[in-house]
Structures are given as structure tokens and as C-alpha cells.
Ligand binder design. Structure first.
Ligand SMILES: [Zn+2]
Length: 323
């Protein structure tokens, strides 16, 4: 999730991330890791390397044993020179401990990334992170004989900007809109000044308007959107119920569709979903739209088959045809 004007991005799982531009990686503030199979966690080293020495902290969230695993990753490098960096880099790790709470630890470049335990935090109803803009929740699911965490990103309130009205007022787009939205979302008074500075042909411009004026003229408030991310889950009754309830009514669902129905025995052995199972979960949850992903490499070049199987299962009940 790239919240561009907030200069903030969030990752769900951190597998191969080398294709992401460094400027995007530098915006990553929070990483939610479903489980620590390599393909979901191996990108951590890349993130660390890009962010090291810059004034950026990052928070990570993961399942049981996550803090120890992060500690081992950090312990695998030699940090004798890291104290020379001007900027302190702090990694805050959160580990889902069930019973609605999280264990926490901190690793700072100032202390060569040695583990410092922090007090536990509460996570009522799976709430991992809450900010004025959004919250992230989790639910534990079964993946073979381990837990895989699903995540839900919930926007507080969605504020649209009418671009044409900006143009009418001869105002530019840009980072100032994030400040405007933040003030509007926080319920700041109408007379709050909003400063707009920009460069255009003919030099630099500087204008101040009140929040009230801008709220009336360029903003539109709509209910926030919800995006769910579900991966590495077995097709069993408990998971079906948990996924359906967790993703119910989401605007967008990303869900794994690793195998074709024809290979369902393999899917069962590995604790993964088939495209058909994923499609029927999306359908049962009544999501607005759904994106299947995490296709097995055995189907290289056959994405269309997985897509079709997923779409058929998803659409079946939408059209009133039982599966
Ligand atoms: Zn896995």
C-alpha cells in the first residue's frame, strides 16, 4: 500500500522486493509478515540495506517466534561500524502472541541491533496498528502445521479531492493535500490556515487558504475502504469460516490461489488453497473485488487457467449457481 502523499508505504509480506525502487522502499514504515517461510520474509535484508544509515525507522509484525527470528537475522551480520552513522535506525518488532496481545522488542543501530525487550501491547480484536489514517487488523489462520496471519487494512475515512475544482481555483496537486486531508480528518476548526506553496513556470507561488474554504470547495468525504490480504492457508472448515468473516464486505481482497483444483491433493498436502477454493471464499465473503495471487511456479505461463478457475468459482454464486 503506497500512501504517496503521506510519504508512507506498507508491505504485506516481504519476499523478493528488489524490483521496488529505493525511493519506495525508503517510504516503508510498517511490514506485516504472514509467516516466515522464505518466500515471505527473505526481502528483509534488502530493506535493511537500503534503509541503513538513513533517518527511518521501521516496524515489523509477525506470528509466534517472530522476534527471535528477526534477532537471528540481525545477528548474522557484523555491526562494528554502524555506530558511526549519524542517523539512528530503529527496528520495532511485534509478535502476535494470541489472546489479543503482542510481544514487542526494539533493535537500534546505536546498540548494534541488540535486542531490547519492550512491554507487551494489547491487540483487541486483532488490532495491530492504529493511526489517524488507517488501522491494520489480523486473524490467525492454519497453514500446514504453522500459523499464517491474514491482514486487513482499514482506511478511517476516505477523502477525495476534486481535481477539476483545484484547477478552477488554480491550485496545484502535491504534498500539501496530505496536510489538508490530515487536518480535515482530525476535525480541525474551519479557520485553520492551510499554506500552499508550489513552483511553476514563472516562479514560486505561496497562498494561504482556510481549511473551511478548502473543505467546502475541493474535498469530498466517503466511507473508508478496506483491503484484505490472505495467503498461505489450508482449505479446511476453520479457515473457511475465519477467512469469510474476516474479509466480509471488504472492497478488495488479495487471496492466494496456489494450485488448480485438479491438483487439490497437492494443495491439501502443502496447506494451500486451490484457485477454486479461494474463489469460493471470496464469493462467501461478498467482497467488492478480488485478486488471486501466489500461483505455483509449476503453472508457469498458465496464469490464465488459474485466473479462470478463480473467477468461475467467485462468480458462480454471484449468478446464483451453487458450487
Ligand atoms: Zn508458506
Amino acid at each position: 500500500m503506497d500512501l504517496k502523499f503521506e510519504r508512507r508505504a506498507i508491505l504485506f509480506d516481504i519476499g523478493e522486493i528488489a524490483a521496488l525502487p529505493a525511493r519506495t522502499i525508503l517510504r516503508i514504515s510498517d511490514v506485516f509478515v504472514s509467516h516466515t517461510h522464505m518466500d515471505h520474509f527473505c526481502g528483509f535484508d534488502h530493506l535493511l540495506r537500503v534503509c541503513l544509515g538513513r533517518e527511518a525507522g521501521v516496524s515489523l509484525y509477525g506470528p509466534a517466534n517472530f522476534i527471535a527470528q528477526l534477532e537471528h537475522k540481525l545477528g548474522a551480520y557484523t555491526w562494528n561500524l554502524v555506530g558511526n552513522y549519524q542517523a539512528e535506525m530503529v527496528i520495532t518488532a511485534h509478535e502476535w502472541a494470541g489472546e489479543e496481545h503482542m510481544r514487542r522488542a526494539r533493535f537500534s543501530s546505536r546498540t548494534r541491533f541488540e535486542r531490547e525487550n519492550l512491554s507487551d501491547a494489547r491487540a483487541p480484536r486483532g488490532l495491530l496498528l492504529e493511526t489517524p489514517l488507517f488501522r491494520v487488523r489480523t486473524v490467525p489462520l492454519e497453514h500446514h502445521d504453522i500459523t499464517s496471519l491474514a491482514f486487513s487494512f482499514e482506511e478511517s475515512v476516505h477523502i477525495n479531492v476534486w481535481k477539476n475544482r483545484l484547477e478552477d481555483l488554480q491550485l496545484p496537486t502535491g504534498p500539501w493535500l496530505a496536510d489538508l486531508k490530515r487536518q480535515a480528518r482530525a476535525g480541525a476548526p474551519d479557520e485553520t490556515p492551510i499554506r500552499i506553496r508550489w513552483r511553476a513556470r514563472g516562479g514560486s507561488h505561496d497562498r494561504t487558504m482556510t481549511l473551511g474554504e478548502l473543505r467546502r470547495s475541493v474535498l469530498e468525504f466517503v466511507p473508508g475502504q478496506r483491503v484484505c490480504y490472505v495467503t498461505d492457508v489450508a482449505d479446511n472448515a476453520r479457515n473457511r469460516i475465519a477467512v469469510t468473516e474476516f474479509a466480509r464486505g471488504a472492497d478488495l481482497l488479495f487471496i492466494e490461489a496456489v494450485f488448480l483444483h485438479g491438483d487439490r491433493e497437492l494443495a491439501a498436502r502443502k496447506g494451500h488453497l486451490t484457485a477454486r477454493a479461494a474463489g469460493s471464499m471470496a464469493r462467501a465473503a461478498g467482497v467488492g473485488s478480488a485478486v488471486p495471487f501466489h500461483f505455483s511456479s509449476r503453472y508457469l505461463g498458465r496464469d490464465a487457467e488459474l485466473q479462470r478457475e478463480f473467477a468461475d468459482a467467485w462468480r458462480a454464486v454471484q449468478d446464483g449457481v451453487p458450487q
